[in-house]
Each structure stands twice: as structure tokens, then as C-alpha cells.
Design a protein around this ligand. Structure first.
Ligand SMILES: Cc1cc2nc3c(=O)[nH]c(=O)nc-3n(C[C@H](O)[C@H](O)[C@H](O)COP(=O)(O)O)c2cc1C
Length: 165
């Protein structure tokens, strides 16, 4: 969703999202995804400043932002710190993506819309929330109520995504 109507979300709605994302599967149940929620107007404004102009425009009236991170070196790694296969921390990003899929569905179930943003200033966000160096900052997700109907972007046909042999 790239247009929000400015209506506030509640703390309870954000807490419900946190309850729902707990159910996402993860590598050896390592649960390395984390969310830093910007809820107060001051934090919301600071997160917005950490976005490029086009994302600022899309989220002008978004009442909250969810900054998602994952703890590095755990998902996809053995206890002694060696990567289990070639993907390494790709598995942490994979798990966070799954968790964020749960997040957007939880939001949707509560009548809320989201915009996932990969274009953001990670250094500014790290400073703002004092995010430790062990965590990789990934997507910022705007949360709020829609203004108008979103445009459905075209999708590739299923045959292009799937091979059955
Ligand atoms: C990892 C990821 C990063 C994205 N980053 C941005 C972004 O920075 N700005 C933006 O406007 N949309 C961003 N999007 C949204 C996609 O562009 C959007 O989901 C895609 O075009 C499909 O459109 P739809 O979800 O509206 O159907 C991102 C989506 C994902 C999953």
C-alpha cells in the first residue's frame, strides 16, 4: 500500500502482530527475527527521515513503522559457528522474510495495510533504536490504514515460476 489515511494504529494491534509472528517457522526454531516498532510521533518521524524521498512520499501518513532485523550467525550455522551450507546468513534473512510474511498477514487480518521497504538508511535506523551490531537490519514495514485502493501490480504466470518433472 503506498497511501495511508493517517488514522492511528493501537499498541494492541502492534502487540497482536508480535504474537502472530511468533508462530513463523525458523531454522532449528532459532527465532532470530526481531522488530523495532516506531509508534510515538517522534520515532515515526525519525524513521521516515531514514527513508529515500519516494518511500517518504508513499508513507507520508503512515502512523507506525516496523523495522525488522535478524541476529546474525545463528540460523544456518552450527553451534560452533560454522555455516551449515553455502547460504550462511541467507537463512537468517530467509527466516525473517517468512516472519514478515506472517506480519503482513496479521496486519491484514486486523484490517491494516503495509508497505515493505528495502530502500532505507540502515545506519540511521541502527543509531535511532540502538540496534546491536549482531543484528542485520533488513526491511522497514510501514503500517496503517489504506487511503484508496492499492494498484495490483502484474504477476508472472505460474508456469514461469514452476517446473514439474
Ligand atoms: C524485500 C522487499 C523490498 C521492497 N522495497 C520497496 C521499497 O523500498 N519501496 C517500495 O515502494 N516498495 C517496495 N517493495 C514493495 C514491492 O515493490 C511490491 O510488493 C511489488 O511491486 C508487488 O506489488 P504489490 O505488493 O503491491 O502487489 C518491496 C517489497 C519487498 C518484498
Amino acid at each position: 500500500m503506498r497511501a495511508f489515511d493517517g488514522r492511528p494504529v493501537s499498541r494492541e494491534q502492534i502487540q497482536k502482530i508480535a504474537e502472530d509472528i511468533r508462530m513463523a517457522p525458523s531454522w532449528k526454531n532459532s527465532q532470530t527475527g526481531r522488530i523495532y516498532a516506531a509508534y510515538s510521533p517522534e520515532y515515526v518521524e525519525e524513521v521516515r527521515k531514514a527513508l529515500p524521498e519516494f518511500n517518504q512520499r508513499s508513507t507520508e501518513k503512515a502512523p507506525a513503522f516496523l523495522v525488522s532485523t535478524f541476529k546474525k550467525g545463528i540460523a544456518g550455522f552450527a553451534a560452533d559457528g560454522t555455516p551449515t551450507n553455502e547460504l550462511g546468513d541467507g537463512w537468517g534473512a530467509y527466516d525473517l522474510g517468512l516472519q514478515n510474511a506472517y506480519l503482513i498477514l496479521s496486519a491484514s487480518e486486523q484490517g491494516l495495510d503495509t508497505l515493505i521497504m528495502g530502500c532505507r538508511d540502515a545506519d540511521a535506523l541502527r543509531k535511532l533504536f540502538s540496534i546491536p551490531a549482531e543484528e542485520e537490519i533488513v526491511a522497514v514495514i510501514a503500517l496503517g490504514y489504506r487511503a484508496g485502493e492499492p494498484v495490483m501490480r502484474p504477476r508472472k504466470p505460474a508456469e514461469e515460476l514452476l517446473q514439474i518433472r
